[in-house]
Design a protein around this ligand. Structure first.
Ligand code: 5AD
Ligand code: SF4
Length: 445
């Protein structure tokens, strides 16, 4: 009988893609994925360390599954991913429930480590690698819709943002070979997928040396887009210091590369950006936004922002708000600064903004972004967008839900369409999170 593995994923899209690689590795060793935690012989938690509250959630989750272990002595529990890398053996010392600890570059070792755990030892491997990209592994897709999927194109990160734990837990940057990226995207298209998101911590520094010349991200992106005009291509994440006009022209020149750029600003204050070691200032960021507007006029924009970074004053905070207002982001992820042990900020700077100030600045920022998001949606009313159908809307099977190329969610009556179709939708109204419309029979150019 096949052994059953249950996997729970926290953190970013990269982790989602990694869990698919993990399941592929385990299924080659006789494991079958289950969605029912109670029938699993192996429970894996793919973890995130980006902020303290991400780790706290995982400790809470471990507590919650401890009762399963009490009922079943043979059950093995593994912590994998970023928190495994950060805490290493400490995880096993702190929590007797944990049998296996595996970092993001050691997933190939998982079957051996599980065997070790089964023989009564703890299985630990947190070695980081300079080469591992899992290029040859075909991920087992765990998305629910069968239409949109992630393809990882690189791993690790060479930027040293002062606040960030990622370079420590995911190691140095390495790019995956072009052939395997194209092959994976093509196979997804052949299976019926209609959208791929190319993933990397900093996609603009993708570089693949094929012995003749170095292939950069704009070329890779275009090659994926050329697989088929019906395959939408997205990417994440771009770094403001590296995003080039060449990339913007590549997007503008290919209709199936989506008109949405996620460009994390983190702060609007040049002084704070310098302390964060982001290697650009407010003016540079604004110049890049102007370039996006100039080259891709219909492009939507989203960002990540951190409030309350070390020494942030009210004036710095106002500069973050004014940058957000000036850009008019369609969407934003906003966070309170959380000191991460071992990072440059933790070593060199004082986490001196009181929690209450961080919270009130975050609330102010969220309120501003809510206004910007609603404004951006209201501007779409009366316009026609091509929507890729991903499935039924959450509320009703009489409505489909999909996204525009700008990454905005649209719901509209089902009609004669099916999942995976591209439909022209006239936007008639909106809520805070969704555009609502009806399909129309027109061809937009
Ligand atoms: N505290 C708060 N937010 C952080 N991020 C990264 N590190 C931290 C931290 N220590 C945010 C950044 C990044 C996003 C993925 O998480 O905004 O872009
Ligand atoms: Fe993703 Fe960073 Fe969290 Fe790791 S620490 S899962 S790379 S967000």
């Amino acid at each position: 009988m096949l052994k059953k593995v249950y996997i729970e994923t926290y953190g970013c899209q990269m982790n989602v893609a990694d869990s698919e690689v993990v399941v592929s590795i385990l299924s080659d060793s006789g494991y079958e994925l289950t969605e029912n935690i109670k029938e699993a012989g192996l429970i894996l938690i793919n973890t995130c360390s980006i902020r303290d509250n991400a780790e706290q959630r995982i400790w809470g989750r471990l507590k919650a599954i401890s009762h399963l272990k009490k009922k079943n002595n043979d059950l093995k529990v593994g912590i994998i991913g970023c928190m495994a890398e950060r805490l290493k053996e400490k995880l096993i010392e702190t929590d007797q429930l944990v049998d296996i600890v595996v970092g993001p570059d050691s997933y190939r070792e998982l079957p051996n480590l599980v065997t070790e755990a089964e023989s009564g030892h703890k299985g630990v491997n947190v070695l980081l690698s300079r080469e591992e990209t899992y290029a040859d592994i075909s991920p087992v897709r765990m998305d629910k819709n069968g239409i949109t999927s992630f393809v990882s194109i690189m791993r690790g990160c060479n930027n040293m943002c002062a606040y960030c734990v990622v370079p420590y837990v995911r190691g140095a940057e390495r790019s995956r070979d072009r052939e395997s990226v194209i092959k994976e995207a093509r196979e997804l298209f052949q299976k019926g997928y209609r959208e791929v998101t190319l993933l990397g911590q900093n996609v603009d520094s993708y570089a693949w040396n094929n012995n003749e010349k170095i292939l950069r991200f704009p070329e890779l992106l275009e090659q994926v887009a050329l697989i088929d005009p019906l395959l939408r291509v997205r990417f994440s994440t771009s770094h403001p210091k590296d995003i080039s006009d060449e990339l913007l022209y590549t997007i503008a020149g290919n209709k199936n590369i989506c008109r949405h750029i996620h460009l994390p600003a983190q702060s609007g204050s040049s002084r704070i950006l310098k302390l964060m070691n982001r290697e650009y200032d407010r003016e540079w960021y604004m110049d890049r936004i102007n370039a996006i507007h100039r080259i891709i006029p219909d492009c939507s924009l989203s960002t990540d922002m951190i409030t309350g970074f070390c020494t942030e004053t009210e004036e710095d905070h106002k500069e973050s708000l004014s940058l957000m207002d000036w850009t008019g982001f369609d969407f934003a992820y906003m966070f309170k600064y959380s000191e991460r042990p071992g990072t440059k900020a933790a070593r060199k700077l004082k986490d001196d903004v009181p929690e209450s100030v961080k919270s009130s600045r975050l609330s102010e920022m969220i309120a501003l972004q809510n206004r910007l998001s609603i404004k951006s949606k209201k501007n779409d009313i009366g316009m026609i967008f091509e929507v890729l159908i991903e499935g039924f809307s959450k509320r009703s099977v009489e409505y489909f839900s999909g996204r525009t190329t700008q990454n905005k969610v649209v719901v509209f009556p089902v009609g004669d369409y099916k999942k995976g179709d591209n439909v022209q939708v006239l936007i008639e109204k909106c809520t805070a999170a969704t555009l609502i419309g009806r399909s129309v029979n027109v061809k937009v150019c």
